[in-house]
Design a protein around this ligand. Structure first.
Ligand code: SAJ
Length: 424
């Protein structure tokens, strides 16, 4: 089996390196973070991934912080972050650095694969010229280039790096065949060859934009149905009984994470640069980005009805991470809610058992200090909050940003606890 290098050992690269090791490849796992490498050598990781938890203990990956250990690898897979900056423009700094530094160690005939999420055109228009100019290689002549967009779903108990189907694009048919052969040895799922690098880049942004616009659709329905007195979740569940042509998504206080709120901007920016305005994608982004404020406004309206001001009120914010039972706060709506509350001079206490270093406090302590609750993340630890417990803590209003307590709405009302969900 070939010797491979995995560059970037986060939620994408680490599972990949462990899978390649399990499949019999000789694997060099490289990361710039010495501390992360030390932890991996000691078989510990902060990555929320069941596959990693299962494989990290026994593996023969050579984890290293020394990039020269990549010498003589035959396949390199680059899995570094591609965040957007404050103007929502993709920041390719890490990707460019990792690509150039890796390519310098590749011998002729090697395959360089990019798994990081990138917008269409990045390979052809940015990485190929960069490699040709800075590494002594020429893509298509001395090395092959492929793009296989990552599809890791953090916290997913069923789908992981070993069984998720993939799409694959490359600079030439020959390169595509070599890359396809690699992934077919690695992944026990369909590998779909695309006609070009650009098509493979476009698949990832399209699949995540699809999710973003569908969430925006139900978020807009939620705001409309809240005025119409219709429970949007019940209606979505009703529509989901249709066995074809409907995929349920659910309203909430916003869309977070490293993928969904970010990837549409890749397409928006690239198309804008070529004279096309994705007004629909941009509107969906705006709807989703406004949901944290919508949740805060629900509280403000509820207080106004009681002739109370939100300023100076005591609110427990339940959840800071962007999705249940993980500790990732990237692009998290909960952080936006926290900042909106602080801007309104609210006394906020934050609770998140999965997040460190954000001045969070223990749940019962936060409830003691608060009169109102905003639920921003549906962590399993919050399930123990019964209406009786909330009553005992003197909680008066709940804004449920994830409709997490929706089944307890009538009991909460019986306990004189005002409940507002998102669209229910
Ligand atoms: N969200 C909603 N309503 C929904 C679904 C999600 O408001 O119906 C919110 C979540 O609360 C979260 C955000 O959207 O804040 C993103 O949620 P997510 O479930 O999409 O979680 P991610 O960001 O981990 O998305 C990943 C993506 N995987 C990759 O990019 C490889 C995405 O493509 C998957 O569709 C998604 O997992 C998944 O299906 O779980």
């Amino acid at each position: 089996m070939k010797k491979i290098g995995v560059i970037g050992l986060g939620y994408v690269g680490l599972p990949l390196s462990l899978l390649a090791d399990k499949k019999g490849f000789e694997v060099i796992g490289y990361d710039v973070d010495q501390n992360l490498i030390n932890n991996l050598i000691n078989r510990t990781s902060k990555i929320d991934d069941l596959f990693v938890a299962d494989k990290l203990e026994n593996n023969t990956v050579k984890f290293t912080n020394n990039i020269s250990d990549l010498r003589n690898i035959e396949i390199a897979v680059v899995c570094v972050p591609t965040p957007v900056n404050n103007n929502k423009i993709p920041d390719l700094t890490l990707l460019k650095t990792a690509t150039v530094n890796t390519a310098k160690f590749l011998k002729d005939g090697s395959l360089l694969i990019i798994e990081s999420t990138i917008n269409p055109g990045v390979c052809d228009e940015i990485l190929v010229p960069l490699i040709n100019k800075k590494t002594g290689h020429v893509v298509g002549k001395t090395i092959h280039l492929a793009h296989c967009p990552e599809r890791i779903n953090p916290g997913d108990p069923e789908w992981n790096v070993s069984n998720i189907s993939r799409v694959l694009g490359a600079n030439s048919k020959e390169s595509l065949e070599i890359a396809k052969d690699f992934y077919e040895k690695l992944v026990d799922a369909k590998i779909k060859p695309m006609a070009s690098l650009k098509e493979a880049e476009a698949v990832k942004v399209v699949e995540n934009s699809f999710r973003d616009i569908n969430i925006a659709f139900v978020n807009e329905l939620a705001m409309s149905f809240q005025k119409l007195g219709i429970n949007v979740v019940n209606v979505i569940d009703g529509a989901a009984t249709k066995p074809f042509a409907f995929m349920p998504h659910y309203p909430g206080c916003g869309v977070g994470g490293h993928c969904i709120p970010v990837d549409p901007y890749y397409l928006i920016e690239y198309a804008r640069g070529h004279g096309f305005e994705h007004s629909f994608l941009s509107l969906a982004r705006k709807i989703n980005e406004d949901m944290p404020m919508y949740a805060v406004n629900l509280l403000e309206k509820a207080l106004k009805k009681k002739n109370l001001k939100i300023s100076g009120s005591k609110v427990a914010l339940l959840g800071l991470s962007y999705k249940p039972n993980v500790g990732d706060i990237r692009e998290s709506p909960a952080i936006s809610i926290k900042n909106y509350l602080l801007s309104k001079n609210v006394d906020v206490t934050c609770v998140d058992p999965h997040v460190n270093g954000q001045n969070t406090i223990e749940l019962s302590q936060a409830l003691k200090l608060s009169d109102y609750i905003i639920v921003a993340t549906a962590h399993k630890e919050f399930e123990k909050l019964t209406p009786m417990i909330l009553k005992d803590f003197g909680i008066k209003i709940i804004i449920d940003g994830r409709n997490f307590f929706s089944s307890k709405k009538s009991i909460l009302n019986k306990f004189d606890i005002e409940y507002h969900g998102i669209g229910i």
